[in-house]
Design a protein around this ligand. Structure first.
Ligand code: ADP
Ligand code: MG
Length: 276
C-alpha cells in the first residue's frame, strides 16, 4: 500500500506522523493530505494526512477536543455552513478533490453516509425514516420503496424487530434500535463510505455489541470511519486506527500494531489510559 509521505511538522515540538503500513489492503478510496482547518482565528487541524482504506474499518481515536469530529465532518463537507471556517490541503474521494470548485455537495453526501453520537430518527414512521433518502430522490414507486426499506433494515440488523411495526413512530424504538434505524437510513442512500461519530456513546453495552456486530457485517461493502472514545471498541471493530492529538494525526496504521506496538509514547500513554 502507498502510504502518505510524512508531512513537515508545523510545530517542531510535535513528531511527524508515524505510519504502520498494512499488508493486503484493498486500496484507498478516501485520501486526506496536508489538511489544515481554522475555526475563525483558532486552528483545529494541522497538516492531517490519512489514506482511508477501501472496505475496511478505520477508527479515529484521541483525547476529547483533538479534532476527530472536525475531521470526520469535513469528509462529507458538513462543516461548510460554519461561519469563519477556513481549510487548506486536500481531501479526495476516489481521487477527486471533494473541495474542488464545482463539486456537487449533495451528490457527495450521498456517497458518504453519516451516523451521529445521539440517534436522530425523524419524527415519522420507521418506514418513512428508512426510505427518506429515496423520497428526496423523487422515488415514488411503492414496490421500489418497500424493497429498499426491507433491504436497508436487514442490512442494519433491524428487520426482525421492526417488520411488524413499520408504520409506527420511530421515536418509540429503543435507543439501540434508533441507532440501527439511523444506520438503515444511511445505507438506504447506498453510500460508499459510512462515517460514524461515537455511534455507541449513548447506548448500553448490549446495544453497543449489536452495533459492533453490525459494523463487522457492513465492512467490505462499505468503507467505515468510526470515531470512538472506547479503546476496546477501536480494538474490536477496526482494521486500522488513527490516533489524533491536539489537531494532528500522529500515528496511523493496522489496529493491532497501533495497540500492541505503538511507536509514540504519547499513543501508548493514551491507549493505556494514562491520559484522556
Ligand atoms: N463549530 C465550532 N466552532 C469553533 N470551534 C469548534 C467548533 N467545533 C469544534 N471546535 C473546536 O475544535 C477543536 C476540535 O473539536 P472536535 O473536532 O469536536 O474534537 P473531538 O471530536 O476530538 O472531541 C476543539 O477545540 C473544539 O472546541
Ligand atoms: Mg467529537
Amino acid at each position: 500500500m502507498a502510504t502518505a509521505p510524512a508531512r513537515a511538522a508545523t510545530d517542531p515540538h510535535l513528531e511527524p506522523t508515524v505510519y504502520h503500513p498494512r499488508e493486503g489492503a484493498l486500496g484507498v478510496n478516501f485520501s486526506v493530505a496536508g489538511f489544515d482547518l481554522w475555526y475563525g482565528a483558532k486552528q483545529a487541524l494541522f497538516g492531517v494526512a490519512l489514506d482511508v482504506q477501501k472496505g475496511l474499518v478505520t477508527s479515529l481515536i484521541g483525547p476529547s477536543g483533538c479534532g476527530k469530529s472536525t475531521l470526520l465532518r469535513c469528509m462529507n463537507r458538513m462543516n461548510d455552513l460554519i461561519d469563519g471556517l477556513r481549510i487548506s490541503g486536500s481531501m479526495k474521494l476516489d481521487g477527486v478533490d471533494i473541495y474542488a470548485p464545482g463539486v456537487d455537495v449533495i451528490a457527495l453526501r450521498k456517497r458518504m453516509g453519516m451516523v451521529f453520537q445521539k440517534p436522530n430518527p425523524f419524527p415519522m414512521s420507521i418506514y418513512e425514516n428508512v426510505v427518506y433518502p429515496l423520497r428526496i430522490d423523487g422515488i415514488r414507486d411503492k414496490a421500489a420503496l418497500d424493497e429498499a426499506c426491507e433491504g436497508a433494515l436487514r442490512g442494519a440488523a433491524l428487520w426482525d424487530e421492526a417488520k411488524d411495526r413499520l408504520g409506527e413512530s420511530a421515536l418509540g424504538l429503543s435507543g439501540g434500535q434508533q441507532q440501527r434505524l439511523c444506520i438503515a437510513r444511511a445505507i438506504a442512500a447506498n453510500p460508499e463510505v459510512l462515517l460514524m461519530d461515537e455511534p455507541c456513546s449513548a447506548l448500553d453495552p448490549i446495544a453497543t455489541a449489536k452495533i459492533e456486530e453490525l459494523i463487522d457485517e457492513l465492512k467490505g461493502r462499505y468503507t467505515i470511519m468510526i470515531v470512538t472514545h472506547s479503546m476496546q471498541q477501536a480494538a474490536r471493530v477496526s482494521d486500522n486506527t488513527a490516533f489524533m492529538y491536539l489537531g494532528r494525526l500522529v500515528e496511523y496504521g493496522a489496529t493491532d500494531t497501533v495497540f500492541t506496538n505503538p511507536r509514540l509514547e504519547r499513543t501508548q500513554d493514551y491507549i493505556t489510559g494514562r491520559f484522556g
